[in-house]
Design a protein around this ligand. Structure first.
Ligand SMILES: Nc1ncnc2c1ncn2[C@@H]1O[C@H](COP(=O)(O)OP(=O)(O)OP(=O)(O)O)[C@@H](O)[C@H]1O
Length: 208
């Protein structure tokens, strides 16, 4: 269970609005986050991942405090053991597909399975600038899964994929996430595309 009770002062949204999020994410569940552009969806993911700090509040994961502004405690992203798919992929320009995955995992069987999942088996020696946008996005997803994270945060993870690839990938991703037992939070502008995942919707409209 991840318990989030935080306040974030959004820097530019209508001149500095306060975003309050109080929510529990049940272990192994999928939550789909939807809301207007600029409402703070990415910012929330970054706060959970430890890449930015809330103004106030607490984040507790399985009884371990990740963030508490009073104590103060702020665990580094490395200690939170999260898989993060960034909206802009954040790939390493000098690493090949294979190196991206080996950087995150030394489980060769798992890497092979991920390459199959993302249909990147024929591109293992390619660096990001020799991959299409959709291939880059798939690599970002595979890299996030490589560490077998218990918490998977995905920010618009399917936006660059054609509908056939999207469906295929999601169909394979669903059992894989279940196998990992990963608590999953997916930000998407298109809730319909996430239909395959059973889970609650968290609506950001009206939160700020
Ligand atoms: N670390 C931060 N602390 C406070 N505010 C931030 C931080 N990072 C970004 N912001 C501001 O928060 C607002 C929301 O940005 P964010 O990227 O979270 O929106 P979003 O809902 O993900 O939007 P989109 O759907 O367009 O991706 C922006 O105005 C941005 O400037």
């Amino acid at each position: 269970m991840i318990s989030v009770d935080i306040e974030i002062k959004l820097k530019a949204y209508h001149g500095g609005q306060l975003l309050k999020v109080k929510r529990q994410f049940v272990s192994g569940s999928v939550t789909k986050i939807w809301g207007p552009s600029g409402s703070g969806k990415t910012t929330l993911l970054k706060m959970i991942a430890g890449l930015s700090s809330p103004r106030k509040g607490k984040i507790i994961a399985d009884e371990i405090t990740w963030f508490d502004h009073e104590q103060p405690i702020n665990l580094s992203p490395q200690k939170r053991h999260i898989g993060f798919v960034f909206q802009n992929y954040a790939l390493f320009p000098n690493m090949t597909v294979q190196q991206h995955l080996e950087y995150a995992s030394n489980d060769t069987g798992w890497i092979k399975r991920l390459l199959q999942l993302g249909q990147l088996g024929n591109f293992t020696t390619h660096k990001p600038d020799h991959l299409s946008g959709g291939q880059q996005q798939r690599l970002a997803i595979l890299r996030a899964l490589a560490t077998k994270p218990k918490l998977l945060l995905m920010d618009e993870p399917f936006s660059a994929l054609d509908s056939k690839m999207k469906t295929l990938l999601m169909e394979e991703l669903k059992p894989l996430i279940k196998q990992l037992g990963a608590t999953t939070i997916i930000v998407s502008h298109n809730l319909q595309e996430l239909e395959i995942f059973d889970g609650e919707v968290m609506d950001f409209e009206g939160l700020v």
